[in-house]
Ligand binder design. Sequence first.
Ligand SMILES: NC(=O)c1ccc[n+]([C@@H]2O[C@H](COP(=O)([O-])OP(=O)(O)OC[C@H]3O[C@@H](n4cnc5c(N)ncnc54)[C@H](O)[C@@H]3O)[C@@H](O)[C@H]2O)c1
Length: 450
Amino acid sequence: MKLAVIGTGYVGLVSGTCFADSGNDVTCVDIDEQKVAQLREGNIPIYEPGLEPIFKRCRREERLSFTTDMDRAVREADIVFLCLPTPPGGDGQADLSAVMTVAGQLGPLLDDYTVIVNKSTVPVGTANRVRKAVGQQADEELFDVVSNPEFLREGAAVDDFMKPERVVIGTDSDRAADLMTTLYEPFVRSGNPIIVMDPRSSELTKYAANAMLATKITFMNEIANICERVGANVDNVRRGIGTDSRIGKRFLFAGIGYGGSCFPKDVQAIHHTASEHGYDFKIVDSVMKVNESQKTSIVRKMENYFGTADFSGKTFGMWGLSFKPETDDIREAPALYIAEELVKQGAKLLAYDPEAIGTFKQATSQQVLDNTTFVHKQEEALDNIDALVICTEWNEFRRPTVDNFNDVMKQPVIFDGRNLYDLERARKAGITYISVGRPRINESELATSE
Ligand SMILES: NC(=O)c1ccc[n+]([C@@H]2O[C@H](COP(=O)([O-])OP(=O)(O)OC[C@H]3O[C@@H](n4cnc5c(N)ncnc54)[C@H](O)[C@@H]3O)[C@@H](O)[C@H]2O)c1
């Protein structure tokens, strides 16, 4: 099939490349001329493991092209995917301006029957709005609008796209459902379902999935906060409940809160949709509030440890800036908030991340930039620091470091927002180790010996 993918970000680029790999002829469109030029030269602007070899193969076989010329791409396409940003608007509502702007341009470009697919995460009713916008300038027979939410996770996006646990297709049109099913069949050979439903349910499915996952994480973060107060260990509680198949083992790891480009905005957006329809969605309201304070809970622990909120004269190492490992995406990353607070409280930072230094620099404040030295090796962030703060669970941070901190740090004090290390090893290594929802290790000994 001939596909046009409008919006070549994390979702558009991965979807476009994977669709091209399964034999389709894909044109990716973006308004960002620099991004398009870079992609044409064969350079991928994001860090996404596993994408490059497929991208290169599809480019070589001329099944994947990039352009700023939407008109031509759409005219030739059987299916047009909208993979456009839907950031939070002022009051938490999803900002649909990119989606609606593009929708308003599609009508005159439709010569033959075309399926227009919303892959962006959009509020309930958007498929209908897009249909009306396109229909103002095109015969209704010429197109259908389908909701096809995307569930890929950054960092594992290629695998998620190639082997989705399910594909959700929201449409009332049998013709569109058949075309979409044909397109997705190669991706579900192992028997995972393609679930066809009405567009409204499909749109809500995406928000419900993200709100449920954000709630699961937040629930465990609250259990961790209780563990800290009652002297329990969240790792044990996690194992104790995760073995119950009704609860499941995944997404039960406590930490410094969820971030990223999806959970925060989607939780806000579903809350907003509910309010608009006269429903107070109390659980997600609490999830948002808890996550807000969880992101900087580690700073409170540091204040407690140092006995002051004034960090003037202190330098902290920071490991991990991206919102999760295996991505350079720093949107809503806890590290942004933690850096901001630490610097406001007078600290200097030595920051390291394997992939996200560039994106972090673009997103953070001038005050953080002025007070942060970015280093290119994880050990360099340990140089002469008063404590290390771990914000992202990159695998390279797990390596035997826990036994070595004592040799390479003047004061081996670690605040771990991601529970990377075994408590017993930390105890034996003699480091002060303060993590999330677990007993503090060697805290009093070192605090009093200072
Ligand atoms: N990133 C994820 O992990 C993920 C996962 C599932 C769903 N989603 C959803 O997918 C959508 C896209 O997310 P993303 O992370 O890929 O966004 P992104 O910001 O990485 O990419 C969006 C792209 O659209 C381009 N664009 C903006 N306006 C345009 C226009 N008028 N014409 C052409 N291109 C335009 C931008 O230049 C950018 O390259 C969002 O709704 C998001 O919620 C994202």
